[in-house]
Ligand binder design. Structure first.
Ligand SMILES: Cc1cc2nc3c(=O)[nH]c(=O)nc-3n(C[C@H](O)[C@H](O)[C@H](O)COP(=O)(O)OP(=O)(O)OC[C@H]3O[C@@H](n4cnc5c(N)ncnc54)[C@H](O)[C@@H]3O)c2cc1C
Length: 382
């Protein structure tokens, strides 16, 4: 069967970054698409997001280069910092590479760009459309909508309803880490700083409009909340990260609203696509591969998935889609997992690691980009 029967648009479940980008990529490849999102509005949490050159190439291919340039803030460097003393350990320049810049966005701005383009390009946008179950043929019901068999893409995040139909049951596992997020008023240089301390780290970077984004990660045994994230007490945030350098605690002192996430690991999906009868299912983004945030790649990989999925769908079959994506996505996830360990080292490994990092920064300031060329240099749109 054709991957995208002409009888109905490709249905995309989930209107996050992955789902909206998938719908836009399908349109860019000449296919009709409709998005079904459970929320009443396209919205994202009030936090920042880093879009690295590999993800930015997809935004450019979707014709969103000007919008991204208008709303994003280019970063010049990544700076690993000693989270206890406040000392800069190294500076790794992000510039001087071919391709689009590494930018940071307010998430709401990125969602606005994607949703606005989807609306302008004739993507059917259905809000308040919560999908309880989906058939292997891609048929589903959502509120008043009865969607017949056809190609349906699950871009419905970590708790995907589509993934179990393809990959069987399986629950994500708590990693023993939680991430607090907050945005505060303030100016910061155009760099991403990683403040490393035993069992904890904090990432800070500027956002457009004189704001600073904070992601603070803590090792913790349990996550008992029912949801994946919840509103948290800024006092608890300050308590957990007390003892870090005043450069960090000074920022945390300004937090008046924060959210905390349980971080979960889920193996990369084994099956990314299957045809059945008159339709088919496929996965994209966190639904296929939840990604810990320690390499800032979850949304970037979702953007890549969107383009690759659309290219295969337009060719008439998605059979090779999963095999094209799985190895790259797994490599990125392993690299993120390694960062989780390295950022939280305890003595004596910590001092040795900071010293080694400092030496690399002095001798080879281009090392960061060099080590991640496979990631940032990749162009799924080529
Ligand atoms: C602290 C933190 C920092 C991060 N920082 C970065 C970063 O800097 N750069 C980066 O690339 N990534 C980052 N990530 C990861 C990134 O946020 C995710 O990987 C990305 O948002 C996944 O997008 P998605 O569209 O696949 O899923 P989601 O954003 O989870 O979207 C899924 C959508 O599906 C909808 N949905 C779910 N179930 C249903 C249903 N049954 N019916 C209808 N709709 C449904 C949801 O409402 C939601 O809108 C970070 C993550 C965390 C936790």
């Amino acid at each position: 069967m054709s991957a995208a029967p002409a009888s109905r648009p490709v249905a995309v479940i989930g209107g996050g970054i992955g789902g909206l980008a998938t719908a836009l990529a399908l349109r860019a490849h000449g296919l009709d698409a409709a998005v079904y999102e459970q929320a009443e509005a396209f919205a994202e949490v009030g936090a920042g997001i880093q879009i690295t050159p590999n993800g930015a190439r997809v935004l450019n291919a979707l014709g969103l280069e000007d919008a991204a340039a208008a709303k994003g803030l280019p970063l010049e460097a990544v700076e690993p910092m000693d989270g206890l003393s406040g000392r800069r350990v190294a500076r790794f320049d992000l510039g001087g590479q071919p391709g689009p810049p590494y930018r940071v966005f307010h998430r709401a701005d990125l969602i606005d760009i994607l949703a606005g383009a989807a609306r302008a390009r004739g993507v059917g946008l259905h809000l308040g459309a919560r999908i309880a179950a989906v058939a292997p043929t891609g048929a589903f019901e959502a509120g008043p909508w009865r969607v017949p068999p056809g190609l349906t893409v699950g871009a419905d995040g970590v708790r995907s309803r589509v993934r179990p139909v393809l990959d069987g049951p399986g629950d994500p596992v708590f990693t023993g880490q939680v991430a607090w997020r907050a945005v505060v008023e303030g100016e910061a240089p155009p760099v991403a700083r990683i403040w490393m301390a035993p069992g904890r780290h904090v990432v800070t970077y500027p956002l457009p409009g004189g704001r600073v984004n904070i992601v603070a990660v803590q090792e913790r045994r349990e996550w008992t909340a029912e949801g994946w994230h919840r509103e948290a007490d800024p006092g608890d945030l300050r308590h957990v990260f007390r003892g870090m350098t005043g450069r960090v605690t000074g920022l945390l002192a300004k937090v008046d609203r924060c959210l905390v996430w349980g971080l979960f690991r889920h193996p990369v999906a084994g099956v990314w696509h299957r045809s059945s009868g008159d339709g088919a299912l496929a996965l994209a983004g966190d639904a296929a591969h939840p990604t810990l945030p320690f390499l800032a790649q979850g949304a970037n990989l979702a953007l890549e998935d969107a383009w690759v999925l659309a290219r295969h769908a337009a060719s008439g079959t998605l059979d090779a889609y999963g095999s094209e994506r799985r190895r790259r996505v797994s490599r990125a996830i392993e690299a993120a997992n390694a960062n989780a360990r390295n950022y939280h080292l305890r003595e004596p490994a910590r001092s040795a690691a900071l010293m080694a990092l400092g030496a690399i920064g002095r001798v080879a300031p281009g090392a960061f980009m060099g080590r991640l060329r496979w990631l940032y240099g990749h162009d799924v749109t080529a």
